[in-house]
Design a binder for this molecule. Structure first.
Ligand SMILES: Cc1cc2nc3c(=O)[nH]c(=O)nc-3n(C[C@H](O)[C@H](O)[C@H](O)COP(=O)(O)OP(=O)(O)OC[C@H]3O[C@@H](n4cnc5c(N)ncnc54)[C@H](O)[C@@H]3O)c2cc1C
Ligand code: FES
Length: 264
């Protein structure tokens, strides 16, 4: 099991200090807490109550973090994310976290290669992960799947860390299709990874598990629907491949789990 940030999470108010539209319906925001922050483990997430109108918090992965604050990237899909996209700079947002268990940085050594695979709103946490791996001397290749050219964000930021291979559903940029089709390209075939770390929709994770995980250690970040976010309600459970009597709570045991451990 990888390390965790939070054993006894407490909510706190954070200030929204920056907000940018970075693609069609996709925003980045920066949240700054009043208190000093712990070092963030890539793959962990924040649970937000945007505007206080909601009963349930909205989980968003940490896309980047420094000593002062967090950067989140999200797509507007409903009321919570819409409200966050409209919150004025200076707004105080109720935040729980960082929560969960993230990617295992020690799983790969300096000089080795990490393949980071992301789709849609599963792409943001791969930025902080990639940055931390590169700081450790690990070579990274990103394979990122978007819907179309209007959907694409942060290519320059990812490219500063390593090779970026893109797919779009309509072929408007990069390989036409999904990240599965990227695997057929020469650039992908040349990159033999020592670890695969992935985050995205369940069909993409199924493909990663069935095609990549049998030959190389693979960690998956799952983005199940959540309720409490802290392991108390069992709304987010997923099957344990090694024990039919046990289920993982994605919010607490994950969201990052070993591919061989989970039933997808
Ligand atoms: C650990 C984790 C990390 C996440 N990280 C990000 C992130 O970095 N960026 C990002 O944009 N989103 C992320 N999500 C998804 C995000 O939490 C949801 O999109 C958000 O909660 C929707 O809230 P809403 O009020 O806007 O929409 P709602 O009104 O709650 O829902 C609107 C629509 O979105 C669907 N939906 C809501 N949540 C999910 C989900 N988890 N998976 C699939 N469909 C969903 C609903 O079924 C509905 O159709 C993450 C989810 C999890 C569990
Ligand atoms: S959301 Fe409540 S246990 Fe995971």
């Amino acid at each position: 099991m990888s390390e965790t940030n939070v054993l006894r999470p407490a909510s706190q108010m954070m200030e929204l200090t920056d907000r940018q539209k970075i693609a069609a319906g996709v925003y980045s925001v920066r949240l700054v807490p009043d208190e000093p922050m712990p070092q963030v483990v890539p793959g962990t997430f924040l649970d937000l109550l945007p505007g206080g109108l909601h009963v349930l918090r909205r989980p968003l992965s940490i896309a980047d973090a420094d000593e002062q604050g967090y950067t989140l990237i999200f797509r507007v899909v409903g009321r919570g994310t819409d409200q966050l996209s409209r919150s004025p700079l200076g707004a105080r947002i109720d935040v729980l976290g960082p929560l969960g268990h993230g990617f295992d940085l020690d799983a790969v050594q300096p000089g080795q290669r990490a393949l980071l695979v992301g789709g849609g709103v599963g792409i943001p946490p791969l930025y902080l992960l990639g940055r931390r791996l590169v700081e450790r001397g690990v070579q990274v290749q990103f394979r990122l799947g978007f819907r179309d050219r209007n959907d694409i964000f942060w290519v320059d930021e990812f490219s500063a860390l390593g090779e970026v291979l893109i797919s779009t559903d309509d072929g408007s940029v990069g390989t036409k299709g999904t990240v599965a089709q990227i695997a057929q390209t020469d650039e992908a075939r040349r990159f033999i990874p020592d670890i695969v770390q992935a985050c995205g929709p369940t069909p993409m994770l199924r493909w990663v598990k069935s095609t990549l995980a049998p030959t190389v250690r693979t960690q998956l970040s799952l983005e199940e629907r959540m309720a409490c976010g802290v392991g108390a309600c069992y709304a987010c459970v997923i099957g344990d491949a090694k024990n039919p009597d046990h289920q993982f709570r994605v919010c607490y045991d994950g969201p990052v789990l070993e591919a061989e451990e989970v039933v997808l």
